[in-house]
Design a binder for this molecule. Structure first.
Ligand SMILES: [Fe+2]
Length: 372
């Protein structure tokens, strides 16, 4: 989405999100959002800040247009005016109907684990220290059957990403196509493209380090319990130079992180049937809560995401190749962002940036029982 004016919304904790107009001027609790609720577990181990709470989902009035047009169950059964105004501007939890499709049974998972192409399958263990520093260990499936792979995942810290396991289709009848058609119908003006749906299967102790993604993300939870920590997409949480490294593919999406920032995070505890989404580039990290987890992570681009990426890409290029200190992203006007996007297209065509992302050596074989 290209918007004319960039404004700022303030959360209840004082954290500020980079958002596009229109934005709220009232705080979440003033706008009829579900009241934050802390669980016993959260009281014992969780964050202390009032914003860092777990949202208790309460269905709001359904407003799906043309709902009689299809006999299929809605994949987004509730989407209120508040959800519409919050989407892509602040973290947003919602209910989804993916489990009712029957496409995500354990049998289906096992089949996918066995047959999904190697080049689209990531087998990782993320080792994360108390200070947040992390190291990714990469492995292979080792010829295990799908059932045995599921057993291995359920045993520990494995994190499997079956990239593009679900896709859009030209006829628009696939689950992902239907989901995004509903998402666009609920959010007039939203136009998504480059949609990829990755199936994430992870063990009870699996964690994902602090990072930011270039595309938008809608994370729909299908099995188990996981905690998603979401941070504002600006200031100390998302330094320009760090995001430029991501745009230039000099690093994975991992970013510098300080555990003290947790006090200003939005915390979403996901259970099956619920999803969460957040503003573009908002840093996040994930802790599994002692259970085997399955989620569908849908990545998508919009023009707003494309302009963000293009701006960071151009700023990173200017900083490295031309010795220029670019204007910070947040101080760049909408017109300036369009110009930087145009420049990024030219820089890519000229090939003046070589991707320097680390190539990970395979360190373990799940078939040999090495799971960390
Ligand atoms: Fe992510």
């Amino acid at each position: 989405m290209v918007r004319a004016t960039e404004l700022i919304a303030t959360t209840t904790c004082g954290a500020v999100w980079d958002v596009a107009a229109p934005v709220f001027t009232a705080r979440p609790k003033d706008r009829g959002l579900p009241s934050p609720r802390r669980t016993h577990a959260d009281k014992a181990t969780g964050p202390k800040n009032s914003f860092s709470t777990i949202r208790e989902y309460q269905p709001r009035q359904r407003s799906m247009p043309n709902e009689s047009a299809s006999m299929l169950p809605a994949l987004i059964p509730d989407w209120s005016d508040v959800d519409r105004a919050t989407f892509l501007k602040e973290p947003l939890m919602f209910r989804h109907g993916l489990l009712e499709t029957g496409a995500f049974s354990e049998e289906a998972m096992a089949r996918l684990l066995e047959t999904h192409p190697d080049h689209l399958t990531d087998v990782n263990i993320n080792e994360i220290a108390d200070d947040g520093t992390s190291r990714v260990r990469t492995g292979t499936r080792g010829g295990l059957s799908g059932d045995k792979m599921l057993d291995a995942i359920k045993a520990g810290r494995l994190w499997i990403n079956l990239r593009e396991a679900f896709t859009t289709d030209r006829g628009g009848s696939s689950i992902v196509s239907r989901f995004f058609a509903e998402l666009e119908a609920h959010n007039p003006g939203l136009k998504t493209f480059h949609v990829y749906a990755n199936l994430l299967l992870s063990g009870p102790q699996a964690r994902v380090p602090y990072h930011a993604d270039t595309p938008g993300v809608v994370l729909m939870h299908l099995a188990g319990r996981k905690r998603v920590w979401l941070y504002p997409n600006r200031d100390k949480f998302l330094a320009d130079e760090a995001m430029e490294k991501v745009a230039l593919k000099e690093t994975t999406e991992d970013l510098p992180y300080d555990p003290a920032w947790d006090a200003e995070a939005f915390v979403a505890d996901l259970t099956p049937g619920f999803g969460v989404t957040w503003p573009f580039n908002a840093p996040h990290r994930v802790d599994n809560l002692g259970t085997f987890n399955v989620s569908l992570s849908c990545e998508f681009m919009t023009w707003e995401a494309r302009l963000r990426h293009g701006t960071y890409y151009t700023n990173g290029t200017l900083r490295r190749r031309f010795g220029v200190t670019p204007k910070p992203y947040l101080h760049t006007s909408p017109i300036g962002r369009v110009a930087r996007f145009g420049a990024s297209v030219a820089f890519k065509k000229l090939g003046i940036n070589k991707a320097r992302q680390a190539v990970y050596e395979t360190e373990f074989d799940v078939g040999k029982g090495v799971t960390g």
